[in-house]
Design a protein. Structure first.
Length: 201
């Protein structure tokens, strides 16, 4: 009986120790330090290990992009890996610019096997603060220097008959109303379109 009690205590201690050995980053993202920002990417749905790593990496990229370059980023291309670093190209819809991620590396990962097959995975990534700063500077330097000029059709006297103003990002979209070309955005049309329903393309 004494041996059984000792065995139960040892087993309970082992379970508690394994819970204590779980990396803290699994439940809480690590704070940034002087060199890196940290991101925890996750996969779900019991994927193959390879696909789980891809999903976790994509999730971490999305977090890094939103936090460092704004919320209008979308995944555009594949992730290209080399021995030195990993680069991902994302499209920034607002300015039609590409954000290049370099200095983004995996630090640790933790796999949870599923009951039937596949795994769920969490992975910790670090992103060099100096690389973030350099990319922000590159993007700022490549922004258009001036706002596009508004095309105006009709005169100020026609404003009382209604005005339609169309602005797009990026500018330069062709404007078709009821199949008729009116120019390119940004455009303001004063008093030229009769009251009623119209098709805008």
């Amino acid at each position: 009986m004494l041996k059984l009690a000792i065995l139960i205590i040892i087993l309970a201690g082992t379970i508690a120790a394994s819970a204590d050995n779980e990396p803290s980053w699994r439940s809480r993202r690590p704070a940034s330090d002087s060199m890196y920002k940290y991101y925890v990417g996750k996969s779900a749905n019991c994927l193959s290990e390879r696909d789980a790593y891809r999903e976790a990496e994509s999730d971490a990229y999305e977090q890094a992009l939103r936090e460092n370059f704004g919320t209008t980023t979308k995944f555009q291309g594949e992730v290209y890996s080399t021995l030195k670093n990993t680069t991902s190209i994302k499209q920034v819809d607002e300015e039609s610019q590409q954000v290049h991620i370099a200095g983004f590396e995996i630090v640790d990962s933790s796999i949870d096997p599923c009951k039937n097959e596949g795994v769920n995975l969490k992975a910790l990534y670090k992103y060099e603060i100096s690389a973030i700063k350099a990319e922000r500077e590159r993007l700022a330097a490549s922004l258009p220097s001036a706002e596009p000029v508004m095309s105006v059709i009709g005169s100020q006297l026609d404003v009382n008959n209604g005005t339609l103003e169309i602005i797009t990002k990026p500018p330069g979209a062709r404007v078709l109303i009821n199949g008729e070309a009116w120019g390119r955005t940004p455009i303001r049309i004063n008093g030229q379109i009769p009251l009623g329903s119209h098709q805008l393309f």
